[in-house]
Design a protein around this ligand. Sequence first.
Ligand code: AAO
Length: 515
Amino acid sequence: MKTRTKWCLLALGFGLGLSQYHSHTHHGGSIVHLFEWRWSDIADECERYLAPSGFHGVQISPPSEHIVVSKPHRPWWERYQPVSYNLCSRSGTEHELRDMIRRCNDVGVKIYADVVINHMCMADAGEGSRSTCGSYFNASREEFPSVPYSAADFNDDKCTSGSGNIENYQDIYQVRNCRLLGLLDLAQDKEHVRGKIVDYLNTLVDMGVAGFRVDACKHMWPADLKVLYGRLHNLNPKWFPKGSSPLIYQEVIDLGDEPIKAGEYYPLGRVTEFKYGAMLGSVFRKWNGYKLSDLRSWGEGWGLMPSDKALVFVDNHDNQRGHGAGGASILTFWEPRLYKMAVAFMLAHPYGMTRVMSSYRWDRHIVKGKDENDWVGPPSYPDGTTKPVPIGPDGGCGDGWVCEHRWPQIRNMVTFRVIVNGQPLCNWWDNGSNQIAFGRGDRGFIVINNDECFLDATLNTGLTAGTYCDVISGQKTGDRCTGKQVTVDSRGRAHFRISNMDQDPFIAIHRDSKL
Ligand code: AAO
């Protein structure tokens, strides 16, 4: 059994980079994407659950007015087809949005708005007022009077493809100046368009959002984004240190096979690292000869972007249903045992700023590898209204809401991440196969058995002597452990036995789970 070096890897420097890379008060917790949740439910969740569990913030679905699609019936993706920047959407009214932002900020949970500024709705959406605030639009004439936008505000004159749509991702001009998936492509180099986008973003900043997940950044020129971000207000001093700027993380899908690179967007803010989930899924599935012990060099050592620029996730709302990128290796709630192991690894490892997915179930109908129901929207009433999120007696969610963020193993690992924040990766151990362990300074330690055999090892934890509650099989409640417990001796060593038949074949202990 190979015992790896006991030395801490060099502390991963948290660069003094521009504040867009990490919000000033980033306490190490994780962002949770409450996908398609209503604003009033998010507000309740901030107060009753996210704040006490140590979540850093919530990514909310796009709050701007969007089209109402009837065929297919109310797909989740109608929210990625804006009709105006009015703040009424499937998740609620402007008043409900303001109230949610206030209530979450008041308990220290930050709000990151998913903003769709690359485009408006699809070119063939016709005309009318089938939109979430009832605003009139005429897509074929490229008229959105509620903004207002007119044909002059779109990129039709720049696009060089035959169809007007992106036909070739190897052509950077098409990718930026043509229509993504047939969506009317805004001209962010036009002052009028810049003004409307900046007004929209600053309205949200003034309301109290802490930053943005900027949709489809690959399809916008970095120079234009730089102008837009440069005009953003500082965060609302009611909740944030004076002079704080919004945290920005940009959606750029870069798996290495296209000319447009994530690196072009580093100077502007953080960037989504799609290689993360695609590769981590392959490792936990043991595909391509990958073994967990290969994760010793996880992070930049695997060619991932610099840690202080990365927004990382195991799955996201697109690739959990075959949209966007990531492919078959992506782990999701549909495979809970492996999913929990991968999410726990992500939350224990110091690399990147993490985002946990919180999903809803839908009736998958996979034909030739594609889910014909990949469009299905959130749990709703027959009229299309999104259902509330009921919380059951066991702390889980009902009515089709999955609430991965409420799975005890994931919740407790979010808390773990807060406790070990800033501590370097230490005391790596592996068995040369699929059993690994590592610590974070003297604050936390995790052991994972993804082999087909028993893990039985005495390891350096880096923790002080004492008895610790395992936060995966249970937790510390009062002066006892509800699950397994681990005894660390005076030299910081502990004996771990983990059966590969365990429901969750991994153990995590930390400073605050000590009896
Ligand atoms: C809907 C319908 C469409 C219809 C459209 C307009 O589904 O059929 O044409 O309306 O009528 C979401 C849904 C879309 C939906 C859209 C609007 O996913 O299905 O379209 O709302 O309602 C690209 C973008 C990326 C984008 C992704 C979906 O670069 O930014 O497509 N994600 C965001 C949001 C997403 C949203 C939008 C953008 C639009 O997260 O939810 O769409 O606001 C390659 C490229 C990627 C490209 C993908 C997919 O990926 O690299 O940049 O993503 O293709 O087009 C390997 C490669 C990888 C490649 C991948 C897939 O992994 O390594 O590079 O294969 O080919």
